[in-house]
Ligand binder design. Structure first.
Ligand code: PAZ
Length: 327
């Protein structure tokens, strides 16, 4: 067998795995509603808005996917992702003039809420003697800013938030978004910061009811999740600008893994980061450079979040990509 038929075989295997994933996944409860919202959002934001970003739309994915262990799910495997990267990046993309589809894990960090305390409802509000609910003086500035900026983005139709929990929901919604963005050409961007499970229990082999501890030690087989990045690039949205993320805990292998992902999935850039320093530094890996991006040293600096210089850099790269197609 020669090299080209080898790669065709592995391509066929990938398509079979993907088909079987989608065929057997529990259907989305609100699939038609999500498709309608996407159509409206993309349609509205497709008319050029002028300004630097024109009619650019980015899909930001954020937070971790869960892997259910039972169909009537009591237990699941989860991961560490807080959704901070996705929420902060969404704010900077909006500032840069993009419209944002924020595909986010339910209950994780949301755009414009990063400065609020842990339990905003209980900590930011108080009840007066007349039983009126009011914002505490100490929190009034952050609450006003959060609500004001969030409402402006939603009311102007620039921010569409779509939640997911499981890997089944995430990948099905990503497919809907990818296919809806197909006609948006090079102005579309995917910024895939979500931590997606590498292994999962296929729906066909998942037990219906709660796993019983009386049955002894748990012996369960997880299979590899199909690599959807290749189909996103090849089939769903082939002209979109695609950025994926690579997280490692071992700095020795990080850049090699990012390079591998860049080539294997044909990404335009891979953002490499380490678990412990992910809020301080990321490295943007492209086919010809590795650029270290760091956050400013003080809270007051414009680059206090690493996402600020990161989004600035990626917006420049996206502009070059769109410009290339014009020439
Ligand atoms: O969500 P968070 O702010 O806590 O962390 C962000 C991150 C580390 C999940 C993201 O930067 C990332 O690397 N996502 C991809 C993870 C991976 O599957 O390799």
């Amino acid at each position: 067998m020669d090299a080209s038929s080898n790669s065709e075989t592995s391509q066929d295997t990938l398509y079979d795995e993907i088909k079987s994933f989608f065929d057997s996944a529990p259907p989305l409860k609100d699939g038609p509603d999500i498709s309608r919202k996407l159509k409206e959002f993309i349609g509205k934001n497709s008319q050029s808005k002028g300004g630097v970003a024109g009619s650019r739309i980015v899909c930001v994915t954020s937070g971790g996917t869960t892997v259910p262990l039972e169909r009537r799910c009591v237990r699941y495997i989860d991961n560490f992702s807080s959704g901070h990267r996705g929420a902060a990046s969404t704010e900077y993309f909006l500032k840069a003039g993009y419209s944002v589809i924020f595909l986010n894990r339910r209950g994780t960090c949301q755009p414009f809420c990063r400065s609020l305390p842990q339990d905003p409802l209980l900590e930011c509000f108080e009840v007066s003697k007349e039983l009126n609910v009011q914002v505490r003086q100490s929190h009034s500035e952050v609450v006003k800013r959060a609500i004001g900026e969030h409402c402006a983005a939603v009311e102007e139709g620039l921010l569409l938030k779509i939640p997911f929990t499981t890997i089944f929901e995430y990948l099905q919604i990503l497919q809907l978004i990818g296919m809806s963005m197909k006609d948006h050409g090079r102005c579309a961007m995917f910024y895939l910061a979500a931590a997606v499970s590498d292994f999962y229990v296929p729906w066909q082999s998942m037990v219906e009811h709660k796993i019983q501890s009386a049955s002894g030690p748990l012996d369960m087989r997880l299979v590899q999740a199909p690599k959807m990045l290749s189909v996103l690039r090849k089939n769903w949205a082939p002209t979109a600008f695609c950025i994926s993320f690579k997280l490692e805990t071992d700095s020795e292998i990080l850049l090699a893994k990012a390079d591998m992902a860049l080539k294997r999935y044909n990404m335009h850039a891979v953002v490499a980061n380490e678990l412990l320093t992910r809020k301080e530094e990321v490295i943007v890996v492209t086919s010809n450079e590795k650029i270290s991006v760091r956050r400013g040293k003080t809270e007051a600096e414009a680059d206090a979040d690493v996402e600020s210089p990161l989004i600035k850099l990626l917006v420049e790269k996206h502009s070059a990509y769109i410009g290339d197609s014009d020439s």
